[in-house]
Design a protein around this ligand. Structure first.
Ligand SMILES: CC(C)(COP(=O)(O)OP(=O)(O)OC[C@H]1O[C@@H](n2cnc3c(N)ncnc32)[C@H](O)[C@@H]1OP(=O)(O)O)[C@@H](O)C(=O)NCCC(=O)NCCS
Length: 194
């Protein structure tokens, strides 16, 4: 079982290694450090339980808004990477859900935006099919090599709903119920009996 946890300063070198082996867009250590200092809660790490080897990460951030009155707060995914040996095990999916929840809970992000290469089949499947992102806008020649990017958006409502319903079940002393909202039904039944 892989552990997913918030990243710390000590993870930055391992994250850079994951990125260098996987993606054409690489970042300097100064970039990682700056990202960590500005958004310390916005790094999610996947690690092996015994060796603590970092096998993947998601870096996210809150986006600056041009018009604070009209635009809702929203987040962005800066980079996602899972080491080859550990792919197709649902790790990116888990990390992405944690990232959505952190952005929604801590900063009130209503949705998350990201860019993906037109030819990146694996990432497009993760975002569009598994996570429920939708196409917002294509950007022609977005990348330095001329490839088109798809700008995708996804609401954070699902993660926030799941978190609130978990908290509700815990308060109700009924953490074991499987479905979100399951605690509510049981507590009503108990109240009726009294
Ligand atoms: C894209 C990436 C992060 C996916 O990581 P992962 O841990 O393998 O993804 P998951 O196991 O959570 O899989 C999520 C879904 O994508 C699907 N998927 C994963 N790799 C796939 C591939 N190569 N082709 C088609 N679908 C793929 C999985 O089957 C799963 O689908 P399901 O929910 O319908 O079962 C990983 O391939 C990677 O690190 N790629 C290089 C870096 C990169 O491209 N980052 C994204 C930049 S925008």
């Amino acid at each position: 079982m892989v552990n997913c946890r918030p990243g710390t300063f000590l993870d930055l070198i391992s994250m850079q290694n994951c990125n260098l082996t996987n993606l054409p867009e690489n970042y300097s250590m100064r970039f990682y450090l700056y990202h960590y200092l500005v958004n310390p809660e916005m790094i999610q790490i996947a690690e092996l339980p015994h060796s603590h080897k970092v096998i993947g990460y998601v870096m996210s951030r809150m986006q600056e808004r041009n018009n604070i009155q009209k635009e809702p707060p929203y987040g962005g995914i800066t980079s996602v990477s899972i080491l080859r040996t550990y792919r197709k095990m649902g790790i990116a999916h888990r990390l992405m859900r944690c990232a959505h929840r952190a952005m929604g809970e801590i900063y009130g992000a209503e949705y998350v935006s990201l860019h993906v290469r037109e030819t990146n089949t694996a990432a497009k499947h993760l975002y569009l099919k598994t996570m429920g992102y939708h196409l917002h806008e294509p950007h022609i020649e977005y990348y330095a090599d001329g490839e088109t990017a798809y700008e995708l958006h996804c609401s954070t409502k699902r993660e926030l709903f799941e978190h609130v319903s978990r908290k509700y079940r815990a308060k109700d002393g009924n953490q074991q119920t499987g479905e979100p909202g399951g605690g509510e039904g049981k507590s009503k039944k108990r109240r009726k009996k009294k």
